[in-house]
Design a protein around this ligand. Sequence first.
Ligand SMILES: N[C@@H](CCC(=O)N[C@@H](CS)C(=O)NCC(=O)O)C(=O)O
Length: 206
Amino acid sequence: MAIKLYSWPRSSGTRVAWALEELGTPYEYVELDPKKQENRSSKYLAVNPHGKVPALVDGDQRFFESAAILLHLGNKYGVEKNLWPAGGGQARADAESWAVWATAELGPYMMQYLYHGLDTPVSYAPEDRSRAAAEYSLSQFNRNLDALESRLEGRDYLLDAFSLVDVAAASWLIMGTMFGLKLDRHPRLAAWSKRCAERSAFKRAR
Ligand SMILES: N[C@@H](CCC(=O)N[C@@H](CS)C(=O)NCC(=O)O)C(=O)O
């Protein structure tokens, strides 16, 4: 049975579509329409009880949360495609740690900073922004960027070669820069993010 990815374009599901395109694993893209509340239907809630995209069905397994989906895809399909390290060593430990960090830390702080600290298409109206939230999220986001910049010293990708870990992390910064975020203070990660965005699999991902 083919993999089914439940998503809609330009969402958290895009990073999963990107991973699937990199893997070359056949999948069916099931596009939900949030305007019709298709993500709230009882049928979909049986796949993702939170009613958000993405969700993925692979055989008799169901997954939600993009990080959990990326880990599954890496473990099941990525090793033989050289897009995920084999289990047991430090490389696998690094892969899991950086992939979870990207969705637990990097993404959320970046979004809070965009909402409260910048003037972008996704930012709150000026009167609804919180200075405290902007300052705190920026301090945490910068901490994340500094660590990422250090990780990229002497290497082109987060592991020894391009992997689904880069998908997990770069997907956030590519989205941020599309909204006007500047990465000038971190030249290595700016170049890495651009390199990742130039991949044909990224361009195919919806
Ligand atoms: N942490 C989740 C975030 C999922 C998420 O927020 N999805 C948004 C689209 S980007 C959504 O489904 N929103 C619909 C809603 O909130 O009802 C993940 O990485 O999968």
